[in-house]
Structures are given as C-alpha cells and as structure tokens.
Design a protein around this ligand. Structure first.
Ligand SMILES: C[S@@+](CC[C@H](N)C(=O)[O-])C[C@H]1O[C@@H](n2cnc3c(N)ncnc32)[C@H](O)[C@@H]1O
Length: 258
C-alpha cells in the first residue's frame, strides 16, 4: 500500500476543494485518505497523478473524480418535488418549460422528471442534465439501470418507458432521449446559459460543500433561473444564505422573485 504523507494528503484536499468544492473537514481526513488509497490501487502513483492534475491531464482528473464524487441516486427520489413541478407548470401555463438538472449523476433524476411530465400529459419540454463526473454522464447517456435503482418505480411505468435487457437490467426507451441534453458542468465554475431555466434541480450535492462553495453554487443556480422560476434542493439541504432574489416556496423549494 502506498504511504500517504500529510503533505500529500493536504495538497489533494486543497485541490479537490478549490476545483470541485468538495470539502473534507479536518476531522474527517481519514475518509479522504481511504479514497486516495483506492485511487493509488486503481490508477498508480499518487504523486504522478497529482502532477497530472496540475498539468490538466483529463485521465488523472477522471481517475480522481471516480473516487471522490458520490453518485448515489435512484429513480423517483424525493418524489414530492416532482408533484410540485407538475403543479407549477400547470399553474404557470408554461408552453415549453425548460429545466436544468444540475449534479444529476447517472441520470435517474432527469429520467424520472421526463417520465413524470409525460405521465402528466406534458410533452413539450426540455431538460439539460449536467454533472462533473464524465463516467456518470456516459452512464446517463447509456440509460441502462439495474433493478436496485428502480425499486420506487411502479411496474406499469417500467413496462411503458423501459426495455428489459436481462432479468436484472432495464434500458430507457429510445423515445425519451430527445427530451434530454447532457452536458459536463462544474458547479464551482461560473456558468451562464444562453437563456434562463424555468426550473432548476440541484439536489443532494451541496451536502458535500462548505458554506463558501455553497454560495458559489447558489450564485450559478440563481443566475440561470428565470424570474418566477423554482429551485429544488435535497430534502436534507438547508439553505441558510438565500440570495435576496429568492424566497422559500415549500420544503426545500425556492422561488425566484418576479
Ligand atoms: C449524490 S449525487 C446526487 C444525484 C441526484 N441529484 C440526486 O439527488 O439523486 C451528487 C452528484 O454531484 C456531483 N458533483 C459533485 N461535485 C460537483 C461539482 N462541483 N459540479 C457538478 N457536479 C458535482 C457528483 O459527481 C455526483 O454525481
């Protein structure tokens, strides 16, 4: 096992925080250490990988992000948000809602939104799904999921919107693909879309950030949300520093002022 000096551990900690906002509390450094051991096992010498990261080597970044991002997600997670979305689209009579699903991991979240809107009779909409981790984006694009991710998915929905690949695996049906645009975006970098979104989902990622990083992310989200639009965050994510342009609309839902 490669020995990890305190200096190397701190350099990784700083780089991961500066670039991606992912924060390891000083009392939780053993978590980072365990991830770096895995990185060394799978991808080689940690000093070389670190040098690669500084030089902008995409392979080094891919290897690091595979270890330090947590992509846990599943279909129809925090389903109340989906009901709020459908109600709000109807109330605002939006002819073609545009939705940004930021930090959407391997796609279970944006595909759940696509299916929910189609089931509600809404078929004119577009979702931009983004994440930092390229491997997650490839999985989202493949749209192949094992049974475990689909436990909250009713049987009739499975049969209607998926094709069975084998007894344990299902693939998103081809007709849903046109609704999703997949993009690689780092929420810590300034993001400006050509036009703002009516809805932004950014759920279960800010728990990995500290306050300063959360504020940077919030600026990105608020900047790209249209007046009157809704922001959805994870149920356990309290937003203490709301921008003055936003106010609470429901549990973990915020509306941008008109
Ligand atoms: C736990 S998953 C959340 C998935 C989904 N939003 C949900 O609620 O089920 C967190 C995701 O945040 C992504 N992530 C972490 N840091 C990020 C950053 N700086 N920019 C964009 N995505 C990031 C990770 O790659 C991971 O896929």
């Amino acid at each position: 096992m490669q020995k990890i000096t305190r200096d190397l551990l701190h350099r990784y900690r700083e780089l991961i925080y500066e670039r991606y906002g992912i924060h390891y509390h000083p009392t939780k450094l053993e978590n980072l250490e365990a991830k770096l051991h895995k990185l060394a096992e799978r991808s080689g010498d940690l000093e070389e990988i670190y040098a690669g990261l500084l030089a902008g080597d995409p392979e080094a970044e891919r290897a690091l992000l595979r270890e330090v991002t947590v992509g846990h997600t599943f279909f129809f997670r925090e389903e109340k948000h989906l009901e709020t979305l459908v109600r709000d689209i109807a109330a605002r009579r939006l002819p073609c809602p545009v939705i940004w699903c930021a930090a959407s991991s391997t796609g279970e979240e944006p595909w759940s939104i696509v299916i929910t809107l189609l089931e509600a009779g809404i078929s004119n909409f577009l979702i931009v799904a983004s994440d930092l981790n390229r491997e997650s984006l490839s999985a989202m694009n493949r749209g192949v999921y094992n049974q475990g991710k689909l436990q909250s998915t009713p049987r009739h929905i499975l049969l209607k919107y998926f094709r069975r690949v084998d007894p344990m695996t299902w693939k998103i049906s081809r007709e849903l693909r046109g609704y999703l645009r997949i993009k690689r975006l780092n929420l810590m970098e300034p993001i400006v879309f050509e036009r703002p979104f009516d809805y932004v989902f950014c759920r279960n990622v800010m728990i990995y950030f500290d306050e300063a990083a959360r504020n940077r992310v919030m600026d990105n989200l608020a900047r790209n949300l249209s007046p009157g639009g809704l922001l959805f965050v994870g149920h356990t994510e309290a937003l203490l520093d709301l921008p003055p342009t936003m106010k609470k609309a429901a549990q973990s839902v915020f509306r941008r002022n008109l």
